[in-house]
Design a protein around this ligand. Structure first.
Ligand code: HEC
Length: 329
């Protein structure tokens, strides 16, 4: 026994040493971003038995349609997906009503001239801009990214000090935490502030935050600061650039997207849910979690069935093994 441990240990040590850079790099990188902390929310689709809340997805679609779709496309989604199992649970008839009035210009009439046609269930969601240049021109030079996979493309940075990062990381693996994307989007949508925080610079060139109420004439407003490295250098204040917005969740804290959810009541909810900015942010984030992972429910159900099957199989195999080896025991 001891001999085996002695033989195996160096292999383990080597494996750990080799794996450490790969494991630690993302941990350290995300810990550096910890300044923009993203709270972990409770989502109905989290965990092994997670399911999308159909009513929430329907509200999320409404927020997307009325607000986000003015700038963002969802080109990987088809209108028919809205009526498929595991999604918002609209009927085909309801979807047909939702897309009434949407037109595509990709066909020709009897004379071969370009013509319009009504959207069908089989069509992909129609985007707001004809091309990238048009999108850029309308958004102060930035292209609003397609949101189909956004909930998968973003993650919530670790929100603990560096020395605790490995623990949070391990605990999130153990809990099967996969909702970093929706957590990030929800937080992004509710992290706008009118003004960047105030700082003063002392004689040594060090920037210190001061409360807004104490702001004086030479107070600086910085979306972020670069702390000086080395003696004689001054801290740098990154001021909010012209036409950008201060957002504490977005890396770098200045974003081209104007606050899309500005006031309670902006989108009408018909199911009695409170129409607040926080609720819109939750609902549209859940909707985007579905567009990024439309088969989540099916996958989780199959996974759970497999686990139960393997559990029963293990018990049977254990009994079979006892039976087969009974004579030798
Ligand atoms: C007025 C146009 C506009 C509207 C409306 C809008 N966005 Fe944006 N959005 C943008 C632009 C422009 C960017 C790119 C930002 C940048 O590059 O600085 C962006 C970026 C994003 C990003 C990516 C942020 C990142 O981490 O890169 C997300 C997520 C997002 N928007 C979600 C939404 C949601 C959800 C809504 C609806 C509630 C919405 N947006 C409404 C213009 C808009």
């Amino acid at each position: 026994m001891l001999g085996t441990i002695r033989r195996v240990l160096p292999i383990w040590a080597k494996m750990v040493a080799l794996a450490a850079p790969f494991v630690l790099t993302p941990v350290l990188a995300s810990a550096e971003m910890a300044e923009s902390s993203v709270p972990r929310e409770t989502w109905s689709f989290a965990g092994m038995t997670g399911h999308f809340d159909k009513a929430q997805l329907q509200r999320g679609y409404k927020v997307y349609k009325e607000v986000c779709s003015n700038c963002h496309s969802l080109r990987l989604m088809k209108y028919r997906n809205l009526a498929e199992p595991g999604g918002p649970g609209f009927t085909e008839g309801q979807v047909n009503t939702l897309i009434k009035g949407v037109e595509f210009e990709d066909t020709v009439d009897a004379n071969g001239l370009p013509a319009k046609r009504a959207a069908m269930l089989a069509d992909a969601f129609k985007g707001p801009f004809a091309n990238e240049a048009a999108a850029r021109a309308a958004n102060n030079g930035a292209v609003p990214p397609d949101l189909s996979l956004m909930a998968r493309a973003r993650n919530a940075p670790l929100n603990v000090p560096l020395y605790l990062a490995p623990f949070q990381w391990l605990s999130e693996i153990a809990r099967g935490y996969q909702e970093g994307g929706p957590d990030y989007i929800r937080s992004l949508l509710t992290s706008y502030h009118d003004k960047a925080p105030t700082y003063v610079m002392d004689a040594q060139g060090k920037l210190t935050p001061i409360p807004e109420a104490q702001a004086v004439k030479d107070t600086l407003r910085c979306v972020s600061i670069n702390v000086a490295e080395g003696a004689g250098k001054k801290d740098e204040c990154n001021k909010l650039a012209e036409g950008l917005y201060y957002n504490t969740t977005y890396p770098g804290h200045q974003i081209h997207m104007p606050p899309p959810l500005a006031a309670d009541g902006q989108v009408d909810y018909t199911d009695g849910t409170k129409p607040s900015v926080d609720q819109y942010a939750h609902d549209v984030s859940a909707f985007l979690a579905w567009t990024a992972d439309p088969t989540l429910e099916e996958r989780k159900e199959t996974g759970l069935k497999m686990m139960i099957y393997l559990l029963i199989l293990s018990v049977l195999l254990w009994f079979a093994k006892r039976q087969i080896w009974a004579r030798l025991h």
